[in-house]
Design a protein around this ligand. Structure first.
Ligand code: UN1
Length: 511
């Protein structure tokens, strides 16, 4: 197992190769004391890797000023030229996939293959955005007036503020940034204070691409810090769109504050994602998808599977197999081949998990697993927990960011759909069934009410090509693929009169 000093060396090496400005980092490797700053830590040892220069509200205001100036140039830059910048970013990400993945493993504790997969999502969204830069289509509609044309055009919106969480410390930034940049918008990014090194790595690559493609300085900035930094970004009226990923509690504050100044927000908040297993399901397929969905990333994805709604006739078999799956997952050093279970992000996450399990026991839950595992490091590794509950109640209605899978049984499909939809969150969902009637009902108007609804596929691991986000307390926003780009642009409806006459719509006569 690596030590804090070993992890710090690894991180500093990656940061150097990524081209991060030494000014922003004060490494332990240099033997310098950290300035008044943010401590970069690793959940693997819980230890401090280095100090990182933090920003304050004034620094946020300065970044927004620079971004606003860059906007004047960038919005007039042809969209395919903007795409060329994102293309270069994508190339640099391919070149530095290992470096960025290492930082993701060090700061978020992800196993190597998931960390590489996260950077792959970045490369994929860059490809998508480059194509998009030639496809920001508006429509032309028939006008009701002779000699008139009616059309809609999509124009750059303005500065986009991105707030992201620790669990996808690089990919979520790229979903927003690649799309915002081709749409003509500068970005000011406030990452989680738990993952500042990942953010500095991403920013360094984009700054290099900006220099090479002669993009205006100020087009991108990363602002590091805690609450004060996020608040300054949220409250700055020059930030046209705030795209925030995190807890529902955070979104409940951000949404109204942005709305109060008539800004636009895009919220991607908590999930409480369920898998429904019906009697016709391929149980092997269901079980392995459930084990990955619940235990992958140590249950710390917003798309993690947290609820299993299983038909009573197959419940014992499914529970036995999932339990075996949980028990056999190798835990340890996220960098080591074969390890599938990394640590929770910190002690607070461990305490929250234990509190949820205690609450589950209090409402009659039978808990299997959930204990801390000793892997020879000071971080918080846990055995994923399976909790059988008599009814969908107590902690099953809230999102705990840890590997806990609550299980309840159902008797008929209507009951399964009702159980599925009666939680406040609405992000992702999976149905395992080989019954086409069930599958179509689940995807239909009275089916799953989540933004993502899958058949014979688990809740996590969405591809970037689709729109990503969810309903209800998940916040309603959509990021990433499909037509999510529209949130980053201003729509204008244009009437062009190419006749010599003045004609009023709706046949109105006025003098
Ligand atoms: C998140 O947890 O905030 O679908 C994002 C997935 C990933 C993204 C998760 N592609 O699991």
């Amino acid at each position: 197992m690596k030590t804090t000093a070993g992890l710090a060396d690894l991180a500093l090496g990656a940061l150097r190769r990524l081209g991060v400005d030494r000014e922003r980092i004060e490494g332990l490797a240099d033997g310098q004391p950290p300035r008044p700053t943010l401590a970069a830590r690793s959940p693997i040892t819980g230890g401090e890797l280095c100090g990182v220069r933090a920003d304050d509200a004034d620094a946020v205001a300065a970044a927004v000023t620079a971004a606003s100036e860059a906007f004047g140039v960038w919005r007039e830059t042809p969209a395919p030229v903007r795409g060329a910048l994102v293309k270069r970013l994508g190339e640099l990400l391919v070149e530095h996939q290992e470096d960025l993945a290492a930082l993701v493993s060090i700061e978020a504790g992800k196993i190597h293959s998931e960390a590489l997969g996260e950077v792959q999502e970045m490369i994929d969204i860059c490809d998508f955005a480059v194509g998009l830069s030639r496809q920001l289509y508006g429509r032309t509609m028939p006008s009701e007036r002779a000699g008139h044309r009616l059309q809609e055009t999509w124009q750059p919106l303005g500065v986009v503020g991105v707030i992201s969480a620790f669990n996808f410390p690089v990919a979520v930034w790229s979903w927003n940034t690649a799309v915002a940049l081709v749409c003509g918008d500068p970005v000011v990014w406030k990452p989680s204070e738990l993952t500042p090194l990942c953010a500095l790595g991403c920013d360094a690559l984009l700054q290099r691409a900006m220099r090479e493609r002669e993009a205006p300085a100020g087009l991108h900035a990363v602002v590091l810090g805690a609450r004060e930094v996020g608040e300054a970004l949220v409250d700055d009226a020059r930030v046209a769109l705030v795209s925030a990923t995190g807890s529902t509690r955070m979104g409940r504050e951000v949404g109204p504050r942005v709305a109060a100044r008539f800004g636009r927000s895009l919220l991607e908040l908590g999930g409480n994602n369920a898998v429904i297993v019906t009697p016709s399901a391929d149980l092997e397929q269901a079980v392995s998808s459930i084990v990955f969905g619940a235990a992958g990333t140590a249950g710390q994805r917003c798309t993690s599977t947290r609820r299993l709604l299983v038909h009573a006739s197959v419940a014992d078999e499914v529970v036995a197999k999932v339990t075996r799956g949980f028990a056999s997952l190798p835990a340890g050093d996220p960098f080591e081949d074969g390890v599938l279970l990394g640590p929770l992000v910190n002690e607070a996450a461990y305490e929250a998990m234990q509190a949820a399990l205690e609450q589950a026991r209090g409402v009659g839950g039978e808990v299997i697993g959930g204990e801390r595992i000793d892997v020879g490091a000071d971080g918080f590794w846990v055995r994923p927990a399976l909790v059988r509950l008599p009814a969908q109640t107590g902690p099953m209605l809230t999102e705990t960011f840890a590997p806990i899978l609550y299980v309840v049984t159902y008797q008929d499909f209507d009951e399964a759909l009702a159980l599925h939809n009666c939680v406040p969150q609405g992000l992702s969902s999976g149905l395992f069934s080989n019954d086409v009637r069930e599958a179509e009902r689940y995807l239909g108007p009275s089916g799953a009410d989540t933004g993502i609804a899958n058949v014979n596929a688990g809740t996590s691991g969405a591809e970037i090509g689709g729109a990503f986000g969810g309903e209800k307390e998940t916040g309603g926003g959509r990021e990433s693929g499909s037509d999510a780009w529209r949130a980053y642009m201003r729509r204008a409806t244009n009437t062009i009169n190419y006749s010599a006459a003045v004609q009023l719509a709706q046949g109105v006569a006025f003098g």
